[in-house]
Design a protein around this ligand. Structure first.
Ligand code: DX5
Ligand code: ZN
Length: 232
């Protein structure tokens, strides 16, 4: 069961890029807990998306935390720019640079929360030596680069393994899952121990963002323990 209340982070990768400010305001009103921003460089992943100037331009449109997922290599030269642009959480892939610990130190020194992202083929051990400093672990349940891909089921065991590791630390570390999240896969992720779900296509598939977000949040209720009516 999740340690914390389930939170939903709509990914604006699936929004209309000609109207991103409006999309951010709309998902804020619709109940988003975070705004997930996918930064891609056409090098670390085969797609190009958003840079710090766009993050800065979006900042006035919401007070919800910006969850910035860096899919760029190297990441280090751009971290300060994203921090100054208004990122609240900055997550990096261990493969994006030679010194993950230093990168996380850099993010923390800028006063931001730091995250580590594990690709589908990256083992849980990649975070073992930074569990004392990381604020968030993001499990990719698709290969990074594009929205609208299918959930990779093998990642559920990884989520469960990370939940056990996180609980053993006694620290507050968010466990986030990104890619192919639908109401069905959301339930599986929450059962495995996830507490933040990123969703692009399933939030932006229709304009009724509130209903789409609520459908994902419902994953937690499905798993809620049945009250014992005999208890006094
Ligand atoms: C993929 C991105 C995801 C993407 C998810 O590289 O990291 O955040 O937007 O999109 P869906 O929810 O459509 O799989
Ligand atoms: Zn992402």
């Amino acid at each position: 069961m999740p340690q914390h209340t389930l939170r939903i982070a709509p990914s604006i990768l699936s929004a209309d890029f000609a109207a991103l400010g409006e999309a951010v305001r709309a998902v804020d009103v619709a109940g988003a807990d975070f705004i997930h921003i996918d930064v891609m460089d056409g090098h670390f992943v085969p797609n190009i998306t958003i840079g710090p100037d766009v993050v800065k331009a979006l900042r006035p449109h919401t007070s919800k935390p910006f969850d910035v997922h860096l899919m760029i290599a190297p990441a280090d030269p751009f971290i300060e720019a994203f921090a100054k642009a208004g990122a609240d959480i900055i997550s990096v892939h261990p493969q994006a640079g030679p010194h993950l610990h230093r990168t996380l130190q850099t993010i923390k020194a800028l006063g931001k929360r730091c995250g580590v992202v594990l690709n589908p083929a990256t083992p849980v051990q990649a975070v073992d030596e930074v569990l004392d400093m990381v604020d968030l672990i993001l499990v990719m349940s698709v290969n990074p680069g594009f929205g609208g891909q299918s959930f990779i089921n093998s990642q559920l065991d990884k989520i469960a393994a990370l939940r056990r590791r996180i609980d053993m630390t006694g620290r507050h570390i968010d466990l986030e899952v990104d890619g192919g999240i639908t109401p069905d896969t959301a339930r599986d992720c929450v059962a495995a121990g996830a507490d933040i779900l990123v969703a692009g296509s399933s939030v932006f598939k229709t304009q009724d963002y509130a209903t789409n977000i609520a459908a994902l949040r419902h994953a937690q209720n499905v798993l809620a323990p049945v009250p014992d009516l005999n208890a006094t």
